[in-house]
Design a protein around this ligand. Sequence first.
Ligand code: NAI
Ligand code: COI
Ligand code: MG
Length: 373
Amino acid sequence: MQKHIAVILGDGIGPEVTQQSLKVLDAVAEKFGHEFSYEYGLMGADAIDKTGNPLPDETLEICRRSDAILFGAIGHPKYDNDPTAKVRPEQGLLRIRKELQLYANIRPINTYASLHHLCPLKPQNLEGVDFIIFRELTGGIYFGNKQKAEDGSSASDSCTYTREEIERIAHLAFHFAQKPERRKKLTLVDKANVLETSRLWRKVVQDIAPQYPDVTVDYMFVDNAAMQIILNPKQFDVVLTENMFGDIISDEASVLSGSLGLLPSASVGTGTVLFEPIHGSYPQAAGKDIANPIGSILSTALMLEYLGMNEEAKLVRKAVEWTLSSKFVTKDIDPLNYYFTSTIGDLISDFVADRIPTDINQLNIELRKSTLI
Ligand SMILES: NC(=O)C1=CN([C@@H]2O[C@H](COP(=O)(O)OP(=O)(O)OC[C@H]3O[C@@H](n4cnc5c(N)ncnc54)[C@H](O)[C@@H]3O)[C@@H](O)[C@H]2O)C=CC1
Ligand SMILES: CC(C)CC(=O)C(=O)O
Ligand SMILES: [Mg+2]
């Protein structure tokens, strides 16, 4: 198969984790005889530095003519620490989501036995955790009208949802809950006891639920959901929620897996689909070769599946699991004995391309040891 991929490296650790995904794609191409071509687009602080615009139109054109988009992360402390900045990297990310109508961000949450010790929860509460968050991505407070008083005495962000915006992601989540491998349970997370938009979400979900009689629906306020994710994460199957709640509870849920650096996502909509780790640009790690590339690599596995390459996706996941269980891990997983980002990318791509020697002691890789956490 020949596939054309738009690649947006972005800022901070974005480029270094995405480079590992590209290595893995090259290994997939080698093993299965595919051909991937790449076209690079600018976004974020990098794009502002080079063009003055956080999302140049050229990037959108590259994305539109591609079969899929692979994105790293954006964001830079010089904007995070300047509340007066008018142009910000995040505007690029919000705009690409809106322009490409990427209305659903799908974030699978699962755990790995070899990483249970990283989570403060008891291992018996982690075994079998397997849920998926459907986060609305092009509406709500992130896209509402923003106002600021001239004298700086007040500011507001408004939150708006239309029935149609809720319906389209709700149908997607219900369909997903019906899949044979799911437990046929959908939990709507909202704040319907306070917010008018949340009451609309409840009404819309109640209205369409009868179309999916095999799916059990329950409703949970977001404050309770934040607690339940920690208290009893196994109760969740498919979680449906609005933009900001989904952003927050999915970072929280990454604690169950062991690191924010492990979690992948797919942003789907009406056109080209975008694949991105759920983390941000982690600027403290930028250029140090210590970030975990697995969130990006598992996003690449989701991309392969979307491109119809199921066997390839399965092999990439197997390679990831092999590195984790063999203790080939980055600093977030084991701060005392860790490997570089690029080494993990090499190992996962070597596994995919059958280049790992039977005796792994023959691997010529550098183990970093640190006494500092
Ligand atoms: N999709 C995107 O591009 C996103 C961008 N951002 C931006 O990223 C910048 C930093 O934001 P933060 O709130 O610090 O979030 P962040 O996700 O970049 O990092 C938060 C913490 O998570 C851990 N972490 C994140 N990614 C990791 C990885 N790959 N490997 C190991 N550990 C990892 C680190 O401990 C880090 O301090 C900001 O400018 C923010 O606006 C934040 C979230 C999403
Ligand atoms: C940087 C924000 C716009 C988004 C975010 O935190 C996310 O998509 O996870
Ligand atoms: Mg986030």
